[in-house]
Design a protein around this ligand. Structure first.
Ligand SMILES: *Cc1c(COP(=O)(O)O)cnc(C)c1O
Length: 223
C-alpha cells in the first residue's frame, strides 16, 4: 500500500508540473472507504494524513482508534449525508465535501453553531446533471453557494464533483473550475483513480484517490 501511495504521489507531482502549477498545490485525499483500520495504518505510517470516508457509521468504527495514534490525521466525508447523522458527522469529520441541498446545509449550520465546531464545507455540484446523482445543478450553484456562505455562515472552502461515469471528464472538470472561480472559491475537489491527472490539469486542488492506493474494494452486500 505504501508503494502505491508513493506511486500516486509521484504522478500527482508530475501532473502538477505538467500543468504549470505550483508544486504542492494539489492535495491528496486517500479514500479509505470499505478498508479496515489495519489497511489504513500503513498508509498513515507512510506519512499520509488526509483521508476520505463515505459513511458516517463506518468511519466511526475505525477512526477513533487511528486518530489516537495519529492525532493530526484529517478525515473528509465524501459520501452522502443524511440530516439525522449530522450530529455524528460534525463530531467526527474535519470536512464535509458533500453539502448538496438546503436542508442539509441548514442542519450543518445549526449543529456547527451549537457545538462551536466549524468544519470546512465543500458544495457538491451535479456537473453532469444526472437524475440519480446528488449535488446542486450547475445553474443553481451560485445561489446555493450564497445561501451557504452568506446566510448560513458555513465555512465554504470549495466545490466537489463526481463526473458521469464513462464519459470524458475534462468538460465537467472545466465546468466545476469555472463555477469555483466566479464564486471566489479556492478549493476544487475532483479527480479519482482513473482521472486525477486530468483533474489536476483543470485545476483540482484536492484529488480523491482510493483504488490506486488501497486496491480494489469489496463492497459489503448491504451497500
Ligand atoms: C470512492 C470514491 C472515490 C475514490 O474512487 P477510486 O476510483 O477508488 O479512486 C472518490 N470520490 C468519491 C466521492 C468516492 O465515493
Amino acid at each position: 500500500m505504501s508503494e502505491n501511495l508513493a506511486g500516486v504521489q509521484t504522478r500527482i507531482t508530475a501532473a502538477t508540473r505538467q500543468a504549470g502549477r505550483a508544486p504542492g498545490s494539489v492535495g491528496l485525499v486517500a479514500v479509505s472507504k470499505t478498508k479496515p483500520a489495519a489497511e489504513i495504518r500503513p498508509v498513515l505510517e507512510a506519512g499520509q494524513r488526509l483521508f476520505g470516508e463515505n459513511r458516517v457509521q463506518e468511519a466511526e468504527g475505525k477512526w477513533p482508534e487511528l486518530r489516537a495514534d495519529f492525532p493530526d490525521a484529517n478525515v473528509h466525508l465524501i459520501g452522502p449525508l443524511q440530516t439525522n447523522k449530522v450530529k455524528q458527522a460534525v463530531a467526527l469529520f474535519d470536512a464535509i465535501e458533500t453539502v448538496d441541498r438546503p436542508k442539509l446545509a441548514r442542519a450543518l449550520a445549526t449543529e456547527m453553531q451549537r457545538t462551536d465546531r466549524y468544519l470546512d464545507c465543500y458544495i457538491e455540484i451535479n456537473v453532469g446533471e444526472e437524475d440519480q446523482k446528488a449535488g446542486i445543478a450547475p445553474q443553481d450553484a451560485d445561489e446555493f453557494i450564497a445561501l451557504c456562505r452568506d446566510e448560513l455562515k458555513l465555512p465554504v472552502k470549495g466545490l466537489m464533483c463526481i463526473p458521469p461515469a464513462g464519459e470524458e471528464p475534462a468538460p465537467f472538470f472545466a465546468l466545476l473550475a469555472k463555477i469555483a472561480a466566479r464564486n471566489n472559491l479556492a478549493e476544487i475537489s475532483m479527480g479519482m483513480s482513473s482521472d486525477f491527472e486530468v483533474a489536476i490539469e483543470f485545476g483540482a486542488t484536492l484529488v480523491r484517490v482510493g483504488t490506486a492506493i488501497f486496491g480494489v474494494r469489496n463492497y459489503s452486500p448491504t451497500k
